[in-house]
Design a protein around this ligand. Structure first.
Ligand code: NDP
Length: 262
């Protein structure tokens, strides 16, 4: 290990980092069937939860801000920012998590809503692991120069998929948030990709992290994309089922998350 090694909490070699990322992927694969059978008790499912709760907006902030902070720490300790791929990856992550930690909670119109403390803590842990794995790789193991990566398919496709995903996520999160404008309850969402799926905001989020994995082309980014799918596909299936049970005239042709597929 060289003395230019930049770490946060733990110091590891590249192969150890890859083994940790593989273990993290393995855990997502193991947990996925369990998540398919359970419902994360936040949002529309929070009422049934009996344990300690915390204000919903504060919870989103505390859950997401660790990811922003950890990646920022690595960003300021990264020597190879002349590599445009590394700089771009940091920028995408920082923009996404600046929104999720600071802007998204303020935009929510969920008055007096609460979230289980356990969800907040497990979400924060999840975010720390993902930011640590990805920040560690970017700060220590990403190629040192490679500005020509700007012209490679990795770079162009990865950034394009991320940006498309970000726009889809933001657009449909905004539709959902605005549904609360005149009404405090739930409504059938319409517009954009809601024509095809019940949870286009989740589809956008998945595209973002798949794009990020294509851009970085490494195990830490792949592990985050897989975890995002493991979290959001089961939740989209639950939302879809919930909509069909709650609204008698819910559009028949709508799928849960992937148009025409699922
Ligand atoms: P939801 O779609 O469940 O809810 C988003 C917001 O819209 C909430 O305030 C919700 O209120 C409100 N809302 C949703 N549907 C309706 C409706 N039909 N009528 C009125 N209001 C509605 O998203 P999540 O809260 O699960 O996630 C928020 C964001 O976080 C998403 O962009 C998601 O992609 C991202 N996320 C990412 C994860 C990852 O692993 N990377 C994991 C989880 C979330 P209420 O809370 O009262 O239901």
């Amino acid at each position: 290990m060289t003395d230019t090694h930049h770490y946060f909490l733990l110091s590891v070699s590249q192969s150890t980092l890859n083994y940790i990322a593989l273990g993290w992927i393995g855990l997502a694969v193991i947990i996925f069937p369990y998540l398919l059978k359970t419902i994360s008790p936040y949002g529309r499912y929070a009422d049934k939860y009996k344990g300690p709760m915390i204000n919903n907006k504060l919870s989103w902030f505390f859950m997401e801000v660790p990811s922003f902070a950890v990646i920022l720490w690595f960003f300021y300790n990264t020597p190879n920012l002349e590599n445009k791929m590394v700089l771009t990856a940091y920028m995408l992550w920082i923009i996404h998590y600046f929104n999720r930690a600071f802007i998204f909670p303020l935009r929510l119109r969920t008055k007096k809503k609460k979230m289980p403390l356990s969800i907040m803590l497990s979400g924060a842990f999840f975010n720390i692991v993902n930011a640590w794995l990805n920040g560690y790789w970017l700060a220590n193991f990403a190629p040192k120069t490679h500005t020509d990566l700007l012209d490679t398919p990795h770079y162009i496709i990865g950034v394009a998929v991320f940006i498309i995903g970000f726009i889809i996520n933001q657009y449909h999160d905004t539709i959902l948030i605005h549904l609360r404008k005149f009404n405090t309850g739930y409504k059938i969402p319409h517009g954009g990709l809601f024509k095809y799926v019940s949870c286009p905001n989740y589809l956008g989020e998945i595209l973002e992290w798949v794009g990020f994995a294509i851009l970085c082309w490494n195990l830490p980014a792949l592990s985050f994309a897989i975890w995002t799918m493991a979290n959001l596909i089961p939740r989209a299936l639950n939302h879809h089922k919930w909509y069909k049970q709650k609204f008698e005239h819910y559009p028949e042709s709508r799928k849960a998350i992937f148009p025409r597929l699922l």
